[in-house]
Design a protein around this ligand. Structure first.
Ligand code: FES
Length: 120
């Protein structure tokens, strides 16, 4: 049976550092999601570029650009706003990553997958 939530320790998600990946079997066998912390807040997305549906991170967990202002797809360099998932630069400009609902309290990040549907 598939889980409807993923719970992570808040301390493991460091500001503008490595993101945390997790499996999303709800969307397919090899599909992953990730969460990053940006300006103190945690955000989570399906790890699938809006250009070609492949994972953003070549090196697992490395989602931020060198200057840490954007999330970047390692394949063709699309830049996404970390807080909205909106693609501001690159071949999928104007499209967005699929955001995942997330809450954070008592030093726990909970990613809510109840609403997640295939083929989004
Ligand atoms: S696959 Fe991500 S920018 Fe092309």
């Amino acid at each position: 049976m598939q889980k409807h939530t993923i719970v992570l320790n808040s301390y493991d998600l460091v500001e503008k550092a490595l993101g945390i990946r997790f499996a999303l079997p709800q969307l397919g066998e090899l599909v992953t999601g990730f969460t990053v912390r940006y300006h103190g807040k945690a955000y989570a997305y399906v790890n699938k570029c809006a250009h070609v549906p492949i994972e953003l991170d070549w090196k697992q967990g490395e989602f931020f650009t060198v200057d840490k202002d954007y999330l970047i797809c390692a394949t063709h360099g699309a830049h996404y706003a970390p807080d909205t998932g909106y693609c501001v630069m690159g071949p999928c400009k104007g499209k967005s990553l699929q955001a995942l609902h997330l809450t954070e309290q008592n030093n726990q990040i909970t990613i809510h997958l109840e609403q997640l549907k295939k083929n989004l």
